[in-house]
Design a protein around this ligand. Structure first.
Ligand code: IMP
Length: 197
């Protein structure tokens, strides 16, 4: 793993001091290589002609989902769901709200949830319960990042990009107060203190 220490201070209009990006955890090249490997694993596991219904969890997964599906060869259909996970400081409070549901029914269809990061696991736990109740033929999850030491509830993940320590990360779709989603790499913000949202 390549760890480059840099400090980028980005201008913000708010009165809060801008957070500093301290360390690049994964470069764009490392991410792309891992995403391609995940796509190959998903392709290998999905050997039917029945299109895989890929469900991206917005907003955080949008970059990952875009790269993952373009690396996949499995026939697929795409949908998005919008979830609000309310934070209590840096931790999910457990209060989760479905802001936008799927566009189509999933009964009898193979479904792959694509999530940016699994932290306490509460969001994924909730999503699994909601989607499983709709009786898909299978329900699997791919997440780019996982913080296993932070898990508070059971959240089954079938494909994991990178397991990371308890650090707050941004970039490649992940944000801090809606910033940094556009970064092509994944970086650590120090101190890990995202504001409530
Ligand atoms: P949960 O605690 O697994 O429910 O995660 C809730 C949500 O918090 C995730 O889907 C992310 O949107 C966000 N989150 C958790 N950890 C991070 C992080 O390190 N960076 C950016 N967002 C995070």
């Amino acid at each position: 793993m390549l760890a480059i220490s840099i400090v980028i201070v980005c201008g913000v209009a708010d009165d809060m001091p801008p957070p500093a990006i301290d360390t690049i955890l994964y470069t764009a090249e490392e991410i792309q290589a891992r995403v391609r490997a995940m796509a190959r694993a998903i392709d290998a596991d999905h050997q039917t002609d029945d299109p895989l219904h890929v469900v991206g969890v917005l907003k955080g997964s949008f970059v990952f989902a875009a790269d993952l599906i373009r690396a996949m060869r499995t026939p697929l259909t795409l949908d998005f769901i919008v979830i609000a996970s309310y934070l209590d400081g840096a931790t999910s409070s457990g209060e989760i709200q479905l802001l936008k549901d799927l566009d189509s029914a999933i009964e009898g269809r193979p479904v792959l949830i694509v999530e940016d990061i699994v932290d306490t696991g509460r969001t994924l736990h909730y999503l699994h319960a909601v989607l499983r109740a709709r009786a898909p033929s299978s329900l699997k999850t791919a997440c780019l990042l996982s913080k296993p030491t932070r898990r508070a509830v059971d959240a089954p993940v079938d494909y994991v990009g990178f397991e990371i320590d308890d650090r707050f990360v941004v970039g490649y779709g992940l944000d801090h107060a809606e910033r940094f989603r556009h970064l092509p790499h994944i970086a650590v913000i120090e101190p890990p203190a995202p504001p409530p949202r």
